[in-house]
Design a protein around this ligand. Structure first.
Ligand SMILES: C[S@@+](CC[C@H](N)C(=O)[O-])C[C@H]1O[C@@H](n2cnc3c(N)ncnc32)[C@H](O)[C@@H]1O
Length: 289
């Protein structure tokens, strides 16, 4: 959190875009530093926006909340902004709500949609994709080397009823002992499979690619953009995109290396342990040329 705020170099009179409002933690930190400035905050999850209206009732003059996907932000927000923040992934509210189906530790429906109205759910992928599609997706988005084995087990066990059923099938296909030896980690064997399905359901990589294709052009000269990602796939997209904009003279990358949370932050918020932060600043260059 501190690093994000430091990198944004908040101008108290500036306009800031929080692309992933969630529970509003970053928005609150921005609002605290603004005088006449404003925050425009987006989230594709309607319940996050509704909770935000309640939490920030007294800030309505300084905060505009919108239920939108960030891939279309440049069509929605037409003014230059001093800062853009994206904190990718899912929020704690989403993970903790068993009904959303994001967690393998809570019994719930196979949904995993950030936007409740969305038609494609985890159920469609898990119970209807063919074995090859499923294996490819688990391999690509979960970086899971045992994807074929897991996909075979899922297909054999269909119909998969719910999240705990899916976690059990994966755990049976990739037993904990051999999984630990291979990955030298304590993560649950279903972690990567759940991550992969969630990324596919929400087209998370596509969203970040579309965002980064236009968002830097929304920054006023000297404006800054920070992106926090939680897995290497997203981080790769951010790194390459920032580099390309840097080469075109539009952005100057401020983080030569990934910024990671401090040990104190990890101690207080263990979920932050895999966060990767990158930041860039808009140059003075006119665009389009
Ligand atoms: C990690 S949480 C953000 C937490 C937030 N920074 C806070 O301080 O509470 C990510 C949020 O981004 C939202 N989100 C993810 N992808 C999105 C997208 N493509 N468009 C809009 N919102 C998105 C999720 O619904 C979730 O609420």
């Amino acid at each position: 959190m501190q690093e994000v705020i430091d990198y944004l170099k908040v101008d108290p009179k500036g306009v800031y875009l929080d692309l992933t409002f969630g529970r509003g933690g970053h928005t609150a930190a921005l609002l605290d530093r603004l005088t006449t400035g404003r925050v425009i905050a987006l989230d594709r999850d309607k319940s996050a926006i509704e909770a935000g209206h309640e939490r920030f009732m007294n800030e309505s003059g300084k905060l505009q909340l919108m239920c939108e996907k960030f891939s279309s932000v440049s069509e929605i927000v037409r003014e230059p902004v001093q800062g853009i923040l994206a904190d990718l992934g899912i929020s704690r509210d989403q993970i903790e709500d068993a009904n959303r189906g994001f967690s393998f530790q809570r019994q719930g429906p196979l949904r995993m949609t950030m936007d409740a109205k969305q038609a494609l759910t985890a159920k469609e992928i898990v119970n209807h994709y063919d074995e090859r599609q499923l294996a490819d997706l688990i391999y690509q988005f979960g970086e899971e080397r045992r994807s074929r084995r897991i996909a075979r087990a899922i297909v054999r066990e269909r119909p998969i009823r719910d999240t705990t059923h899916l976690a059990e099938v994966v755990e049976k296909a990739v037993p904990r002992t051999s999984f630990r030896q291979r990955h030298k980690s304590q993560i649950h064997p279903a972690t990567r499979t759940f991550q992969a399905i969630r990324i596919a359901v929400n087209d998370e990589i596509g969203e970040v690619e579309k965002l980064l294709a236009t968002a830097p052009l929304m920054l006023a000269p000297g404006g800054r953009m920070t992106v926090i990602s939680f897995h290497s796939l997203e981080d790769r997209v951010v790194k390459h995109s920032f580099r390309q904009w840097n080469t075109r003279g539009v952005l100057e990358v401020l983080t030569r290396r990934i910024v990671r949370p401090s040990t104190e932050e990890i101690a207080g918020n263990p979920a932050s342990r895999s966060a990767k932060l990158r930041a860039a600043e808009r140059t003075e260059l006119e665009w389009p040329q």
